[in-house]
Write a protein that binds this ligand. Structure first.
Ligand code: GUN
Ligand code: FE
Length: 427
């Protein structure tokens, strides 16, 4: 097949085009779940014994597995809930849906559905919210482990401003989270993220519990929401007036830093951007969610100026698609509304190597460098009649990728490989 990926580190979007690696009629040599070699098919063929098993993807475009840096698995069944913005959407739709995950059987069934959706959309790594119930993440990790997926998840921690059925005591949250970390963190390819829902559902005692866990388990991730909606921002100011700003609440409780991922970040003040950059925290940009809930427009330009790492998030179920391809198409439109021109190369960067960098996993995933884990997607750029016509009328690689993000979705996923094994195949 034809291979596209991105290499090295970039500090400016204009540099990304120079980091493109494209091998036409290429080969990827795998061994034990890892990439051994990547290059020209004829050169590979000359060296390999004839008995080497070969998967032939001629005419297809193979890219690194997509990385979804913010998604809620227990909101899968409520995608597209009508008519509300964030706070009433949570109250009317989200909380009642998440309450169902007290049932371990439901969690197991939905975990299976969710993981299949990820793979059918070419997503091989995700940073995932569970619900407050430990059994929700237990079920998800069990499902991901069976496929050897590199997946990071956590039990939601929340102790106020939500229905009673979803609330817990800070001490219980601490103890249940610690048990889950001991069971699942670094088990195979799995990782644990401390997951306070957001500041409004976190008392000072709960945030202290998160801080203690981060101190005890410094290589776990922190995953939460930040500055998504104007009413939410005003509410946090009222709840936590002693902190400089919304991000300051998390920062003062020791929750910023490497491996901290903040979803949305639409209404940050300059001091918050400074804090984000100085602490080396990362952002999950969730365009379909931000448009669907009418939350606002993410400033990708500002993130580059501040040198803040950015990954792409579907944010199911406020987001409206599992497809990272479609999500990139919406990211482009969010850019357009602000005179920011998101190139296809930059878009694919955020969805692959950039996402890996946001999660501090770029030593393991994100491109085809030898030694990396063999997670990749085989794309069919001609999945529909319109795509065929449009592809026939595009010449450059940049244009072909741009058509994929503008017209593409799960129909373009021909196959998905995880850890060197095929885990999804179209048709
Ligand atoms: N803020 C707090 N909880 C949520 C959630 O479940 N979804 C979104 N989009 N924002 C949130
Ligand atoms: Fe979210």
């Amino acid at each position: 097949g034809n291979f596209f990926d991105l290499t090295g580190s970039v500090s400016h979007p204009e540099e990304i085009a120079g980091r493109v690696r494209y091998v036409e009629d290429g080969a990827l040599l795998l061994n034990g779940g890892h990439i051994v070699w990547h290059g020209d098919w004829k050169a590979a063929q000359a060296q390999l014994p004839e008995s080497t098993p070969v998967e032939d993807y001629r005419g297809k475009l193979i890219v690194p597995g997509f990385i979804d840096t913010h998604i809620h698995y227990p909101q899968t069944e409520m995608v597209g809930a009508y008519g509300e913005q964030l706070l009433t959407w949570l109250k009317n739709y989200t909380f009642p849906t998440e309450a169902q995950y007290e049932c371990a059987g439901h969690a197991a069934e939905m975990s299976q559905f969710f993981i299949r959706q990820l793979l059918a959309n070419g997503t091989t790594t995700a940073l995932v919210f569970g619900t407050v119930h430990p059994q929700s993440v237990e079920a998800l990790f069990t499902e991901a482990e069976a496929l050897n997926m590199r997946l990071i998840a956590g039990k939601v921690m929340m102790d106020c401003n939500a229905p009673e059925a979803l609330l817990e005591e800070a001490e219980t949250s601490y103890a249940q989270t610690r048990d889950l970390i001991r069971r699942w963190h670094n088990r195979g390819r799995l990782g644990y993220a401390l997951t306070p829902r957001f500041a409004p559902t976190s008392s000072p005692a709960l945030l202290n519990a998160v801080r203690r866990l981060r101190e005890e388990f410094p290589d776990t991730w922190v995953h939460t929401h930040l500055s998504e909606n104007s009413d939410e921002v005003a509410w946090v100011r009222a709840l936590y007036p002693e902190h400089a700003h919304y991000l300051g609440v998390y920062h003062d409780y020791g929750l910023t830093g490497k491996k901290s991922v903040f979803a949305h970040c639409l209404h940050l003040c300059d001091d918050e951007w400074e804090c984000m950059a100085a602490s080396d925290s990362a952002i999950a940009f969730c365009p379909t969610s931000n448009l669907f809930l009418g939350s606002g427009l993410f400033r990708l330009q500002k993130a580059w100026e501040q040198q803040v790492r950015v990954g792409i998030g579907s944010d199911i179920g406020a987001g409206t698609t599992f497809s990272i391809l479609s999500t990139l198409g919406e990211a482009y439109k969010v850019g357009q509304l602000q005179q920011y021109r998101l190139s296809a190369f930059e878009a694919f960067y955020h969805a692959t190597l950039g996402g890996a960098r946001a999660l501090h996993l770029d030593d393991k995933i994100g491109n085809f460098d030898p030694g990396k884990e063999a997670d990749f997607v085989v794309l069919d750029g001609n999945a529909t009649a319109l795509q065929q016509l449009r592809a026939a009328n595009s010449t450059t690689l940049a244009e072909k990728l741009f058509v994929l993000m503008t017209l593409g979705d799960d129909r373009n996923i021909h196959a998905t490989w995880v850890n060197g094994e095929p885990v999804y195949s179209a048709g």
